[in-house]
Design a binder for this molecule. Structure first.
Ligand SMILES: [Zn+2]
Length: 412
């Protein structure tokens, strides 16, 4: 059989949000490294009677495959390979580039970050396809609590962090996904629970915002949670249910979520109150499927007013000025450490850094001599391990000199 080549998949100008979401959710390599595949699977639930399962479970498979293909636009296949376990349906790429898993992940991540649907607010349906593929293909309906749960696999810290794309770029509120990022990271670093953990999404939120494509899962929801569904014309089962309200603590949760990724420290109630004021944040923020916090502002207000490029040489007071509204604070600018392309800003926390206005200017393409620019880049790397880690992923290298060179060449 002829499969899509990974080179075509990665270089295609087609957006393919569903397939990107599927591979981002789970990818595996065949033993001989010749194929890379993503998969979907689901089992019969014990909460449905044997009669119901006879009637719906097996019968759901063809219909599900049809809907999978409708979302994906490229065909999935029934898995007939016994070496591939726990896969009902698979989508296979031919590894014509001889990629290793980490190189594949890196190319996939860059493709996702630079896709139009990620940065374009109007591309709501594509964002939904991407999210559905990530969560539903291997997710299962929890029959005791209203959650959709899926196994979360990761091979390294970068992959562990990939879930933040849904908050930073897709615009899902962290309140719908109960995840303690710091705990996860600590487990990862300590080596316990390295391979997989569970992600749990609020089911009511999921149903009201995304619906389901799997007829059997829709049936389980109807039976267990007594929520009826309609079959929409784009092949998605839509549910009439209320978007849940989240508690007032959610703002603090959200801020802590972001802050734990940049600062790795707890915030006091006072920090949170200040931040709420700074961000002009309304408690009654809706839990809709849209970006609810500007991560650039979080970095601006949450990190110390110092310049990552020159803090070891100058005091910020000598490089900037106090803000009139906040006399304790110094004016700084947020810089994207890695620039890719002309318009694509890689807006993820890991790629942002705080600079004084002078260093920020100095890092414009051709603004000053190359050696000085490289020195500034090197200083940022030393100050912000997150930036270095992110650049390593983007440029597929762990070598500091090489990363400095690449970041320099990509200055805008
Ligand atoms: Zn500076």
């Amino acid at each position: 059989m002829n499969y899509l080549k990974v080179s075509e998949f990665i270089n295609s100008t087609d957006e393919m949000p569903f397939l990107l979401g599927a591979f981002f959710g789970r990818y595996q390599f065949s033993n001989d490294n010749k194929f890379i595949y993503t998969l979907s699977t689901y089992k019969a639930s014990k909460k449905l009677s044997a009669d119901e399962n006879d009637k719906f479970y097996l019968a759901s498979k063809d219909e599900y495959l049809k809907r999978l293909n409708l979302q994906s636009e490229l065909p999935w296949h029934k898995n007939e390979n016994k070496n591939i376990k726990n896969a009902e349906f698979i989508f296979i790429l031919e590894n014509d580039l001889n990629l290793t898993p980490s190189k594949f992940y890196s190319k996939l991540y860059i493709k996702i970050l630079s896709s139009d649907f990620i940065s374009n607010k109007a591309e709501m349906e594509a964002k939904k396809k991407f999210t559905r593929a990530f969560f539903e293909l291997r997710g299962s309906i929890d029959t005791s609590r209203p959650l959709l749960a899926k196994d979360y696999f990761y091979n390294n810290v970068s992959e562990l962090k990939r879930i933040s794309l849904f908050f930073d770029n897709i615009g899902i509120s962290i309140n719908v996904l109960n995840i303690n990022f710091r705990d996860l990271q600590e487990q990862f670093i300590s080596g316990e629970n390295k391979r997989n953990t569970q992600l749990r999404v609020n089911l009511y939120w999921y149903l009201s915002q995304l619906g389901l494509i799997n007829p059997y899962k829709a049936r389980i929801v109807k039976k267990i949670y007594n929520i009826d569904y309609n079959d929409s014309n784009n092949g998605v089962y839509t549910f009439e249910c209320q978007i849940p309200e989240f508690s007032n603590n959610s703002f603090a949760d959200r801020v802590n979520f972001y802050a734990s990724r940049i600062l790795n420290q707890d915030l006091t109630q006072r920090d949170i109150d200040n931040l709420r004021k700074e961000l002009n944040f309304d408690d009654n923020v809706n839990q809709d499927f849209k970006r609810d916090m500007n991560i650039i502002n979080v970095v601006r207000f949450q990190t110390k007013d110092e310049c990552a490029a020159c803090k070891n040489i100058y005091d910020i007071k000598d490089r900037s000025f106090a803000l009139r509204k906040h006399p304790q604070r110094w004016y700084t600018e947020i810089h994207h450490f890695v620039s890719v392309g002309k318009e694509k800003q890689l807006d993820v926390i890991e790629n942002l850094t705080k600079l004084c206005p002078t260093c920020h200017r100095a890092l414009g393409k051709g603004k000053t001599n190359p050696d000085y620019q490289k020195e500034l880049i090197s200083n940022i790397i030393d100050a912000n391990p997150n930036n270095f880690e992110f650049a390593c992923l983007i440029f597929e290298s762990n070598n500091k000199e090489e990363i400095i060179q690449k970041v320099y060449e990509n200055l805008k």
